[in-house]
Ligand binder design. Structure first.
Ligand code: PHB
Length: 428
């Protein structure tokens, strides 16, 4: 493999690997790129700028030019498209931990540069190439979409650059296509889907479930995970549907199908703007009171307001709940709210914990990343991450083993309902 050739310069290789993946159309090279070297003029409370550290946290603004003790971190998140709100929560979460813990990075000063992942594998690959080749970052944190993560995997593995995935759940990345350079502080898609299977069987219905999620890796794998747990419990799935990702505006054909086959419950994976659309149309179709809607994430602090009454009663499982009864969580929520004037969500937590993982790795090597093998081994050896979601560990594939929680929307708020237990990736 080229990545093992000691004589090959890392940057030269990255250019080569980009070619192997197939060059992506040039115009998109103008993807948004925000260097975190300027403070926003707007108040973070009124208009949180995802590329900017909170002003009231005494965050040392990086100079963006690199320095002996600076570590350049690329934040690869969507700042456009259906997953934009997830991206801004992630940048805020990452910046919060850095701003609160400037001395926790083994003497290194964290400099960030944010690049737009966009919505498609093409936009994501282009953004990753830009971070690695032009911005010359030392490592990358982020990635919302499984479609993007799967397509940039080789750039990091072969280029020997660490990637801490703070959302995208594609199973292969911590399964058959795992790499020593890949870490995940979020979940695998099947793991997130698996969490509600037994609950559905015990508390909602033993048969007649309709499954739905968009037609790309995340939509497919979440359903595989749910189906596995539900069928293992003895449940019967009626049908599974996969509307086109990001382009489906009207879910009527699928909602009609739910009525036609007399489904007893629906389990769905939709996120960001797609979750807003689906939940609203579910209520408009008259299904809200008749056919219980469960799934993940479906509701989120970033978009619950946009969903309005349509979200009432929706049950979801995630590894985080805003009102989780833990001191660590209470501290986190109040610091986040003070910094940004908005509530955090699971996406903020995932990136906050990516910063924690980075800090723990750097502490172990006393800030030294010149021996990359030693640095990634140090991150892989971290025993536990003290997260607002509750402490969690990484499995041998570097995917979290963690508790999942049932959350129910009551009076416009997503309320912790019960602990669904610790769930590991059920497939790897
Ligand atoms: C994914 O593409 O892996 C993905 C996207 C949004 C989510 C979860 C997973 O909320």
């Amino acid at each position: 493999m080229q990545g093992n050739e000691p004589s090959l310069n890392r940057r030269m290789f990255l250019r080569g690997a980009a070619g192997v993946l197939g060059a992506v159309a040039a115009p998109g090279l103008l993807a948004a790129c925000t260097r975190n070297d300027a403070q926003s003029e707007a108040s973070p409370a009124a208009d949180p700028d995802p590329g900017t550290a909170p002003e009231n946290l005494d965050f040392e603004a990086p100079d963006g030019g690199g320095s002996a003790d600076g570590l350049r971190v690329g934040l690869l998140v969507p700042t456009s498209g259906v997953y934009t709100t997830l991206g801004s929560a992630m940048v805020q979460g990452f910046n919060l931990f850095v701003g609160e813990n400037l001395d926790a990075f083994g003497g290194r000063r964290i400099e960030t540069v944010t690049v737009d992942e966009g919505e498609t594998p093409e936009s994501g690959v282009e953004a990753a190439q830009r971070l690695l080749n032009e911005e010359q970052v030392d490592l990358v944190v982020g990635i919302v979409s499984s479609g993007v993560a799967l397509n940039v995997r080789d750039l990091f593995d072969q280029g020997q650059v660490p990637l801490i995935i703070a959302n995208a759940g594609a199973g292969a990345l911590t399964g058959q296509a795992r790499s020593p350079y890949l870490f995940r502080t979020s979940f695998s898609n099947a793991q997130e889907g698996y969490a509600l299977g037994q609950y559905m069987y015990d508390n909602v219905t033993e048969q007649g479930v309709y499954l739905i999620g968009p037609d790309y890796a995340a939509g497919i794998e979440h359903l595989v995970g749910f189906r596995k747990a539900y069928e293992e419990a003895g449940g019967v799935v009626l049908r599974e549907s996969h509307p086109a990702f990001a382009t489906t505006e009207d879910y009527t054909p699928f909602l009609d199908e739910i009525k036609e086959i007399d489904a007893e419950a629906v389990w769905a994976f939709f996120s960001g703007a797609e979750a807003v659309r689906f939940v609203q149309q579910y209520a408009e179709a008259g299904l809200q009171d008749d056919v219980p809607l469960l799934g993940t994430p479906l509701t989120d602090e970033n978009w619950i307001e946009a969903q309005g009454d349509a979200a009432e009663g929706v049950r979801s499982s995630l590894h985080y709940a805003l009102d989780l009864d833990l001191d660590r969580n209470r501290q986190f929520v109040s610091a986040y709210q003070a910094a940004y004037g908005v509530m955090p969500s699971s996406f903020s937590v995932q990136a906050y914990d990516a910063a924690q993982l980075l800090a723990l790795g750097l502490q172990a090597t006393e800030g030294d990343t010149s021996n990359m093998e030693a640095f990634i081994e140090a991150m892989a050896s971290i025993e536990e991450i003290d997260s607002p979601r509750g402490a969690f560990t990484l499995d041998g594939n570097r995917n979290p083993v963690q508790s999942f929680y049932l959350r129910t929307v009551e009076d416009g708020e997503i309320v912790y309902t019960e602990d669904l237990g610790v769930v590991a990736d059920p497939l790897n």
